[in-house]
Design a protein. Structure first.
Lengths: 457, 214
C-alpha cells in the first residue's frame, strides 16, 4: 500500500526505484498471462478433441471403419471427459486468476477493479461445493463475466503481455548493451557501423533509463486494459449494484424495525407506565380529597413528580430518535452540542456551507456519537479531533484520537453497526488503529448540500 | 411586574398566563410567534419576556433567535427561555453577552409554580436562572477538572445551586442550612476554583458559569 502511494506521488518525476518495481510487476503480469494461457488451452483441448473426434468419424476415409470409430470414440471421450471433470475446476481456477489480476491491478497499477461474478443462486450463502455439475456449469457459463474473463485471457496472451513486459524488455536490453562493452573485452560486431564501446554504453544507458521511465505508465495502461475486460460491465455492474442495494435495504429495514421495537418498549415501560400510574394516583386523590385533604395533596404532588419523570423519559427517547438540536441547527452545531456533553477534550473543525439531507445528518450524527462513546470507553485518549467537511459531493467526517489504538471493527458491534448504517446511503468508513494508537476513523457519505439558511447571526 | 409570553401552543400559553396571573404578575401580551414578540417588546417595554424555543414558522430554534434579537433591540431586556429539552450549546449562546437577566429552563419546571415564579422574578431583576439539567451536565463534563474534583460533596451541591443562579438565601433554604454556612461554602469554592470573590450575586453566578465553560 505504501509503495503504491509513493509510486503515484512520484510518477511525474523520474524515479528509478518505482520504474524498477513497475518493470518487475509487468513481468509478474506476464507470468500470470502464461497461467491464463494454460487454463485456456485446457478448455480449448476439450473442444478441439471432441471436434476432432467427430471430424475423424466424418472425414478420415483412409482408415479402416472400426479403427476410425475407435479413434473417434477415444477423441470424443477424451474431449467430453475433460469437459466433465476438468473444465469446471479450470473455470473456477480462471476466476481465481482473474481475481488475482484484479487485486494486483489495484495494488500495482492503481486501477481498482471490482469483482463482477454473480452468486450461484439468489441466496448468497449457498456453498458452491454443493452444486451439481449442470448447476455449476450454468452458474459459471451463464455469467457474462466468465466470457469476459476468457476474452481477457485471450487478448492478454495475444497482445496484452507485450504491454506488460515492454518496459522490462527495453530496460533489460539497455542494461545488457550498457554492461557488455564495459565488462567484456569483445569487440562489438563490425556490421553495426559506429557501434563502438562508448556509443553502445550511452545507447544502453539511454534505453535502461527510458525503460524505467515508461514502466509505470505502461503498467498503468496494462491495468486499464485489464479493467476494460475484467471490471463488471453492463448487466454485471447493475447486478452488483442490485445485490448491494438489496443487502443494504434489508439491513436498513431490519435496523429500522429493531429501532421501532426498542422505541415501543421504551414508551411502554417508561412514559406510558408512568402516565397510567399518574392517572391512578389522581383518581385516588379524588376519592379522598374531602375526607383527607392532606393525604390527597401528597398524592397530587406524587402525580406531579411522575409527570416530570415521564417527560424526562420522553426527552431521552426523543434525543435517541432524532436529537432536537440536529433538527434545529444541523450537523455542525449538533456535533458541537454533543462535544459539550462529553467529558473528552475535543477539537471540532466543521466546514459545512449548507445542510446535508436529513437522513445523512442523522446517520452521521449517530456515527460520531457512537465513535465518541467508543473513544471515552476504550481509547483512554487525552484529546480527540473531529473534522467535518463537504467537497466533491461527498460529506467527509474524520474522528481522530490520541488514545492507545487497537480498535477492531470485527471485535465490537458498534463499528460494524456504523458501517451498516452508512452503507444504506452508499457511505463508507475506514479505520486506522494500530496498537499504541492513534486511531483515525474516516467516514464518507455521498450527498449534496442544500443551500444554507439565511440566518440573523 | 409586566410580562410578555411567546408560546405557540395555546394550552401552554393559556396555562402560563393564568399561573403567572395567579401569582400577581401582569401579562401584557401573550403571542404565538417571534415577530409578534419583537413587536410587543418594542411597544410595551415589558419587565421580562418568557419565550418558547420552538416557534413558527420553522419550529426549530426561533425562540432563541427571537430572544437574542429582542435583547438587541431592547438592551438588557430580561428573557426567560423555555424548552422541552435543554442544550448546553443554547445556554452558551444565551449567556454569551456576559450580562444577566437570562433564564433557560425546561418546560417541566412550570409544574412547580412557586419555584418557577421565583425564577421569573429573579431573571426580571437581572439575575440568572439556569436549568438544573444544564448545570448537572456542565458538572459532569467537568469531572476531570482537578479543582472541581477537590470540592467536597456539599460544596459541589452549593456550586450547582449557585450556577443555577440562586442567591445565598435560596441556597440556604434549599439545603436547610444557615446563610452563614452557605457563605462559608461559597468562599471555599471561590478559593478552590481560584475565582475573584464578589458580593454581587449575579456577577458571582456568571463567574461560576464562565469557569465551568458553559
Amino acid at each position: 500500500m505504501v509503495t503504491g502511494s509513493q509510486r503515484v506521488r512520484s510518477r511525474p518525476r523520474l524515479n528509478p526505484a518505482a520504474g524498477l518495481a513497475a518493470a518487475f510487476h509487468g513481468v509478474a503480469f506476464a507470468v500470470l498471462m502464461l497461467a491464463g494461457l494454460g487454463l485456456l488451452l485446457v478448455m480449448l483441448a476439450s473442444v478441439i478433441l471432441t471436434a476432432l473426434g467427430f471430424g475423424v468419424l466424418a472425414l478420415a476415409g483412409g482408415l479402416p471403419g472400426d479403427q476410425r470409430i475407435l479413434l473417434a470414440l477415444l477423441l470424443v471421450g477424451a474431449g467430453l471427459g475433460i469437459a466433465r471433470f476438468i473444465v469446471p475446476a479450470t473455470l473456477v481456477a480462471l476466476r481465481g486468476l482473474a481475481n488475482l489480476t484484479r487485486r494486483l491491478a489495484g495494488e500495482w497499477c492503481g486501477v481498482t477493479i471490482a469483482e463482477p461474478y454473480q452468486p450461484p443462486t439468489a441466496d448468497d450463502t449457498q456453498n458452491t461445493q454443493q452444486l451439481s455439475y449442470p448447476e455449476r456449469m450454468r452458474w459459471l457459463l451463464g455469467d457474462v463475466a466468465t466470457w469476459r474473463d476468457l476474452l481477457w485471457v485471450t487478448v492478454n496472451a495475444l497482445v496484452g503481455w507485450i504491454l506488460a513486459v515492454a518496459a522490462a524488455a527495453l530496460a533489460a536490453t539497455g542494461l545488457v548493451a550498457f554492461l557488455v562493452p564495459v565488462v567484456s573485452r569483445a569487440v562489438p560486431p563490425a556490421a553495426f557501423p559506429g557501434n563502438t564501446k562508448p556509443t553502445l554504453a550511452v545507447l544502453g544507458f539511454a534505453m535502461l533509463a527510458a525503460g524505467l521511465a515508461v514502466a509505470p505508465w505502461l503498467l498503468r495502461g496494462y491495468g486499464l486494459l485489464a479493467s476494460s475486460m475484467l471490471a463488471p460491465a453492463g448487466k454485471a455492474e447493475l447486478a452488483l449494484r442490485v445485490r448491494h442495494l438489496a443487502q443494504t435495504r434489508t439491513e436498513t429495514l431490519e435496523g429500522g424495525a429493531a429501532e421501532i421495537r426498542r422505541i415501543e418498549r421504551d414508551l411502554h415501560d417508561g412514559a406510558q407506565a408512568r402516565l397510567v400510574a399518574m392517572g391512578m394516583t389522581l383518581d385516588a386523590a379524588g376519592q379522598i380529597i374531602d375526607s383527607n385533604p392532606d393525604a390527597a395533596r401528597a398524592l397530587l404532588w406524587e402525580a406531579r413528580d411522575a409527570s416530570v419523570k415521564a417527560l424526562a423519559e420522553l426527552r431521552a427517547l426523543v434525543r435517541g430518535i432524532h436529537p432536537p438540536v440536529l433538527a434545529d441547527r444541523g450537523l455542525g452545531d449538533a456535533i458541537a452540542a454533543l462535544t459539550l456533553d462529553t467529558p473528552l477534550r475535543i477539537h471540532l473543525a466543521s466546514e459545512l456551507y449548507g445542510r446535508p439531507p436529513a437522513w445523512v445528518e442523522s446517520a452521521a450524527y449517530f456515527a460520531v456519537s457512537e465513535l465518541l462513546a467508543n473513544v471515552s470507553k476504550h481509547a483512554q485518549a487525552r484529546e480527540t479531533w473531529i473534522d467535518i467537511r463537504h467537497s466533491d459531493r461527498m460529506l467527509r467526517i474524520g474522528v481522530t484520537d490520541n488514545g492507545h489504538g487497537g480498535a477492531d471493527p470485527a471485535q465490537g458491534t458498534g463499528l460494524r453497526g456504523i458501517e451498516r448504517r452508512l452503507a444504506a446511503f452508499d457511505g463508507v468508513m475506514a479505520i486506522s488503529s494500530p496498537p499504541g494508537g492513534p486511531t483515525a476513523v474516516t467516514m464518507e457519505i455521498p450527498c449534496e448540500l442544500s443551500l444554507p439558511k439565511t440566518s440573523s447571526s | 411586574m409586566r410580562v410578555v409570553i411567546a408560546e405557540d401552543l395555546f394550552l401552554l400559553r393559556d396555562g402560563l398566563t393564568r399561573m403567572l396571573q395567579a401569582h400577581g404578575l401582569e401579562i401584557i401580551a401573550a403571542v404565538d410567534n417571534g415577530t409578534d414578540l419583537l413587536a410587543a417588546v418594542a411597544k410595551d417595554q415589558p419587565d421580562v419576556a418568557i419565550v418558547d424555543v420552538r416557534l413558527p414558522p420553522t419550529f426549530t430554534d426561533e425562540g432563541i433567535r427571537a430572544a437574542l434579537a429582542a435583547r438587541k433591540t431592547a438592551p438588557g431586556l430580561p428573557v426567560l427561555v423555555l424548552s422541552q429539552y435543554v442544550e448546553q450549546l443554547y445556554a452558551r449562546e444565551l449567556l454569551a453577552s456576559g450580562t444577566g437577566g437570562i433564564g433557560y429552563l425546561l418546560k417541566d419546571r412550570v409544574f412547580d409554580s412557586a419555584q418557577f415564579v421565583d425564577a421569573v422574578r429573579r431573571v426580571a431583576a437581572g439575575g440568572t436562572a439556569m436549568d438544573p439539567e444544564v448545570i448537572a451536565r456542565l458538572l459532569a463534563r467537568n469531572t476531570g477538572n482537578a479543582s472541581v474534583a477537590a470540592l467536597s460533596p456539599r460544596e459541589r451541591e452549593v456550586l450547582a445551586l449557585m450556577a443555577e443562579g440562586r442567591s445565598n438565601v435560596a441556597i440556604a433554604q434549599r439545603l436547610v442550612i444557615t446563610e452563614r454556612a452557605v457563605a462559608k461554602h461559597t468562599a471555599s469554592i471561590f478559593l478552590k476554583l481560584d475565582l475573584q470573590p464578589s458580593d454581587d450575586d449575579n456577577r458571582r453566578v456568571l463567574a461560576v458559569l464562565a469557569y465551568l465553560e458553559v
